[in-house]
Design a protein. Structure first.
Length: 113
């Protein structure tokens, strides 16, 4: 008798997790895939602070948009096979926004005299 009660309770709790739309399972699968993609997409910016070129290590094909600390657009570069070297940046503080497959990482870059 207790066995049937347990099954009834389990059945009731499982029914509360029913699919609410046809698209919900696909949305959950996409969220999980996005989390995996984010964990695999690493971005490193070094040396930081720097007195010269700054290297951006990111996946090939990523784009790197650079802005000054006042928000002025400096430029956009594409990351190659061996990363990207940002050269000829004047001294100051910059923001590098690296985007790859819809995933965006931002890093602060400090260029010293």
């Amino acid at each position: 008798m207790h066995y049937f009660l347990l099954i009834a309770l389990l059945g009731a709790s499982l029914s509360s997790y029913a699919q609410s739309s046809d698209n919900e399972i696909l949305q959950v699968a996409q969220l999980r895939a996005d989390c995996v993609e984010r964990s695999l997409c690493s971005v490193e910016v070094y040396p930081n602070p720097s007195t010269g070129p700054v290297h951006v290590d990111a996946p090939k094909g990523a784009s790197c948009m650079v802005y000054s600390s006042s928000g002025t657009y400096v430029g956009t570069w594409e990351v190659g096979e061996n990363g990207l070297d940002l050269v000829d940046l004047p001294s100051g503080i910059f923001i590098a926004a690296v985007t790859y497959n819809g995933i965006k990482h931002t890093s602060r870059i400090v260029i010293l005299d």
